[in-house]
Design a protein around this ligand. Structure first.
Ligand code: PMP
Length: 445
């Protein structure tokens, strides 16, 4: 009863993200009373296993005691302070840690308050760097087909998921879109590395022809998440780094979704042994507690802005909540868990279990591919396994899977016809088994 009362009040005044609100005439909203570990509980005592880490943010479970304790202590001292002219310990310590753990060469940290804002910061910084350096012709960005970098207009412009972008096209800056290294499209028998290398030829040519006008290439390292958890080989990033260097173009790595252990290494860029010029982080940064993002960049970039005020080279970008003390504290507690527990080692074991448990889907008549990178597993549903003909989007197969899974206590949020799993790292092998089992029933039903 409480569920439906809250739901009614909500639907009278609220407008939810990424939702056709009309759907809620038939699909009930679920008010959540509490969360513990991987489980969410509603007001009627139903439990839901959060298999998608609440939009990929939650790393160590809901109501994590370590993060809770750290936040409570911070709360009694300082909740927030203007971050221009003032600073505080949590922000300093977090920046020191991020500089220490991110790929070599990233020595400066700029905070913002969500993923899209971090992407805006990286785009503006890159553009502004070239302006400060007198290279005023550099005004364009290169992005990959099927990429996603957020919803604000700059971030949307460098994304390529039509569902989110098409309507707003007249408002968006022009970008150069390179074919994707997405290995779903590799030939039969072709390795991920071979396909990603083959696809690299396209962006190499684009860079060669346009470098004089290009500020940066922006990529989601290893996994194009919102684009359907499409994956590619690290070789692509390695080649891209070298070619960006060759043509004097920045590389922006958007690790907002894949950072903090999700792909098997702390940062996905490590698997290609590269350092980007800008690294965007958010989501898991605070363990899923509070909105915060960070853009890490190099001494070289920082130096191009550092001058006498009268030269007008400063980066005059701000958000009111820049460097929020509570968010920084949650992030420090999250990084503390990485420092004190063998998170990446445990994730290897969990990822191996996910691999084993997902194998049965390979034989399903409507599954074209089961792919995995670290703690991300995705299942591509199709109408025809052999031709890979997709289900018509109007059938909303993913939504049907979502509804079924929910009725069995599993929170999935398919992307179109892609069912994926991005669980918190505190999930147990038994819970993983339950997750794949219910997903199997949902797909089969
Ligand atoms: N970049 C990537 C790779 C993302 O996955 C997302 C969020 N899904 C964003 C940027 C945007 O982050 P936010 O939703 O916090 O604005």
């Amino acid at each position: 009863m409480k569920n439906s009362l809250l739901s009614q009040r909500d639907l009278a005044v609220l407008w939810h993200p990424c939702t056709q609100m009309h759907d809620h005439e038939t699909q009930p909203l679920i008010p959540i009373k509490s969360g513990h570990g991987v489980w969410l509980e509603d007001f009627e005592g139903n439990h839901y296993l959060d298999a998608i880490s609440s939009w990929w943010v939650n790393l160590f479970g809901h109501a994590n005691p370590i993060i809770n304790t750290a936040l409570k202590a911070q709360l009694d001292n300082l909740e927030h302070v203007i971050f221009a002219g003032f600073t505080h310990e949590a922000a300093i310590e977090l920046a020191e840690k991020l500089v220490a753990i991110t790929p070599a060469g990233l020595s400066r940290c700029f905070y913002a308050d969500n993923g899209s804002a971090a992407v805006e910061v990286a785009l503006k910084m890159s553009f502004h760097f070239w302006q400060n350096r007198g290279q005023s012709r550099k005004t364009k960005f290169i992005t990959l087909e099927n990429s996603y970098h957020g919803e604000t207009l700059g971030a949307l412009a460098v994304g390529d998921v039509a569902l989110y972008k098409k309507t707003y096209a007249p408002l968006l800056m022009d970008v150069i879109t390179a074919p994707s290294p997405d290995c779903y499209f590799r030939d039969e028998g072709e390795s991920w590395a071979d396909y990603s290398t083959r696809q690299f030829a396209h962006i190499e040519r684009i860079l060669q022809e346009n470098a004089n006008e290009v500020c940066a290439v922006i990529v989601e390292p290893l996994v194009q998440c919102a684009g359907g958890m499409r994956m590619y080989d690290a070789i692509y990033l390695k080649l891209l780094r070298a070619t960006c260097d060759k043509y004097n173009v920045h590389l922006i790595a958007d690790e907002i979704a894949v950072g903090f252990g999700r792909t098997g290494t702390l940062f996905a860029c490590e698997q290609a042994d590269i350092s980007p010029d800008f690294l965007c982080l958010s989501k898991g940064l605070t363990g899923g507690y509070l909105p915060l993002s960070a853009v890490l960049t190099t001494d070289e970039v920082y130096a191009a802005f550092y001058d006498d005020y009268s030269k007008m080279t400063a980066f005059l970008h701000s958000h009111s909540y820049t460097g929020n003390a509570l968010a920084c504290r949650a992030a420090l507690a999250t990084l503390g868990i990485f420092e004190t527990q063998n998170v990446l080692g445990n994730n290897q074991v969990l990822a191996a279990t996910m691999k084993t448990l997902s194998q049965r889907f390979l034989n399903h008549p409507n599954v074209a591919e089961v792919r995995q990178t670290g703690m991300i597993v995705a299942i591509e549903l199709v109408k025809n396994k052999h031709t890979r003909e997709p289900y018509p989007w109007q059938e909303r197969r993913g939504l049907q899977v979502y509804r079924y899974a929910l009725s069995k206590g599993l929170l999935l949020r398919p992307l179109g016809n892609v069912i994926y799993f991005i669980p918190p790292y505190v999930i147990t092998p038994e819970e993983l088994a339950l997750m794949f089992d219910v997903a199997w029933q949902a797909i089969t039903a």
